[in-house]
Write a protein of this length. Sequence first.
Length: 920
Amino acid sequence: MPKKPTAKRATSRTRKSKPRQYVYFFGDGKADGNRNMKDLLGGKGSGLAEMTNAGLPVPPGFTISTEVCTLFSKAKGRIPEAIDREIDAYVRKLEKAAGATLGSTENPLLVSVRSGAKFSMPGMMDTILNLGLNDLAVEGLKRRTGNGRFAFDSYRRFIQMFGSVVLEIPKAAFEHEFEAVKAACGARLDTDLDEAALRGVVQRFKQVVQKRAKRDFPQDPRVQLSMSRDAVFRSWMNPRAIEYRRIYDIPDHIGTAVNVQMMVFGNIGDRSATGVGFTRNPATGKKEFYGEFLINAQGEDVVAGIRTPQPITELERVLPKAYRQLRAFTTKLEKHYKDIQDFEFTIQDERLFMLQTRSGKRTGYAAVVIATDLVAEKLLTPKEAILLVDPESLSQLLAPGFDPVEWKKLPVATRGLPASPGAASGQVVFTSERAVEWSQEGKKVILVRRETVPDDIHGMFVSQGILTATGGMTSHAAVVGRQMGKASIVGAGALEIDETARQFSVSGHTVKEGEYISFDGLSGEVKLAQVASKPSEILQVLEGTLDAKKSHIYQRFERLLSWADKYRRMGVRANADQPDQAAIAYAFGARGIGLCRTEHMFFGEGRIPIVQKMILADNEADRRAALQELLPLQREDFYGVFKAMRGAAVTIRTIDPPLHEFLPKREDLMVDVARLETAGKTGRELDEKRALLRRVEQLHEFNPMLGHRGVRLGITYPEITEMQTRAILEAACRLNTEGLKVVPEIMIPLVGLVTELRHQKAVVDRVAVAVMKEQGIKIKYLVGTMIEVPRGAVTADQVATEAQFFSFGTNDLTQLTFGFSRDDVGKFLRVYQERKILEKDPFASIDTEGVGALVRMAAQLGRKTRPDLKLGVCGEHGGDAASIHFFESVGLTYVSASPYRIPVARLAAAQAALAVRVGD
Ligand code: ADP
Ligand code: MG
Ligand code: MG
């Protein structure tokens, strides 16, 4: 769903202008709001308004705006009196439209009080149904409908919901009583209870309220309404809603709206029903009507997993007229919104009512299929289609699947509903707490639950997959699993889960906590073993093991990204150090390398001893000798990387890390030396270890990240820069003779002073001239710098006198701007986020106000000196959608990301160029 980086709010008006509207009506084919008012009305409220305006049958009601939620919080949980009066007026207006009165004993109006924020947060906040019932009104409802069973079924639902949501009585207290009555009547299903039994339930529920809340169940509908409204506003700040917003990056300040809407009843008898659905399959994207319903049921029954719902296609047989209408309305909605719709409906005595519509949450796979299909169906232009896909969700398409051969070897233990595709393999856990604990220890876990509840969100987030025993395709686990892109299977009814004993049994086997299982979220099959996975279809195509023509998803993926490429302004490069990484990055669409870290090459096979020789040398001649050995190896590396990029720009960074990183650990060496000494051994091994230890001690630094590294190394040991420059230029010359023109970009890291860069540039130029002369070839090359030290950013105008390009090293820049060590930030970051001292992890998404300000300033200063200065970014932020939007606003030339993030970066860069933030 399109999302602007910050929610736009109406600003305060002057006193003279019309008093601000806090409540918006919908009903009788007309609504005050519309689809563009999500900020104010929330997604649900704006959808109800839009459907009303489109002439769809929506029960009338009104929306109390999100602004009231903010006022409510500010006033410590109270609604300003004027707004209270405004709401009262709308209650009367609703009574008129409904032709019924709250609390009436003849014709009582019943309403729902529904939460609904700008971004949908499934099941995170509260909703109350059947409000308005009391001891007298329930008789009125019975008289009006001639259905006592129904009236008391509604009343007991209301007391339970009100009791748990508003009075915060544990649901179990009500369920306990309900089960007792069912047992006493010998009823199997809720629907088996008759009026008398339900009257008994109501009595018991009122006692529960009395006992637990120490007050009578409120009989006055206006009191019921204001208490419920306040509870919904409060639910915005409940811990699970806060946690959800943290995960999905939804700001806390935007608040929820409250919708008060006339009730319609799906629980009035066998010609009534309630259900939910999608206009397309949200797991696979396939164009098929998709959903579930229950006869004689209300609201939450479908998602709660108490009764197993029927597939929506069955509705055609049972209630054909309503089914046909539903298809027609939802098709119309999909055309109107130009996106897959997720809808809720209720049929009351064969009459269809629409209760909600919104853009459906979908898997990354489905997102790509739907976006490309809608273009093929001419509902969308390519430009619109690229705004339909959350860039982050593309990474789901690159996730591995099982090796089909290995998978087939194992017997199927059970099958469930394939709620969200993906291959999951891991150790079984039964609680979210355990899932979090174990995953922090680096274990891969699968969360197995009877059903998930919104409180499970943190456990689901860290699991490989989610497996539940109950629930349908639209249950909580299914919806959240799809949205997170987690492999999920729901409704695997054969699982007998014993959460206290931490085990489940299925088909004669018992699986204990910690044992491995695997499942395929696309087929719904569960197996009781660990199974190796294999690369995704897209990766197989890119690696050449699968023919592109045989992979539908690859073709669509490629089509979508090629549309994105048309609209993006920034280039997309890769951070890649080796030829094979560069090749995969090229295949993912990277055109250029933004960061090739030469030291990673030093760690290659058989190279460490040579590197150590270089470091251990105590004179320049020995050092040069060792470097001479490294030269051909580096040249080979550069040759490979240039070649893999097929002539696109390659930025190579000269050595950056402190030298001790290439040597053994001091403690280990001390142990070795001591061991040799106590064993009385003398000779070469001991001498070598001692020499190494001495050198390691010399190189020891208290703050290596602030120590002898980056350009500082190049200045103290210019022969390293010389060797690297020679290797780069010689590789370029060789390719030139082979007919591939490359333009190397040599990048000096950690520059804070223009004089540092001037020094290194002189070294590079001197060697380059020498190499070109030797080879008799002229190569165009650039010398530039990383901007990653705040001083470098602040003096960027000076730095640009030497630098032909800048690349923002936002990892170090973040580290040095905050003074946070990237490797130690974990110790306090979580607390910072919980206490709202810092909203986001600045290493994951750029801190636009601080670090970003330095980037912006350096870009402007640099371009003032050198208007054609190339500007790139090569920190982790180059693959983060939110950061990419920021880099677009600063006008960078390109972003550079790790190979697997390239598709995300391509799409995000296009969306950034179109100035639409997509993500949910
Ligand atoms: P959520 O956002 O959790 O889906 P909703 O506000 O949509 O919460 O409501 C929960 C359930 O109650 C849904 O199934 C919805 O269709 C049903 N419901 C809400 N309002 C009404 C109403 N006025 N009449 C009948 N059912 C309703
Ligand atoms: Mg809903
Ligand atoms: Mg750095």
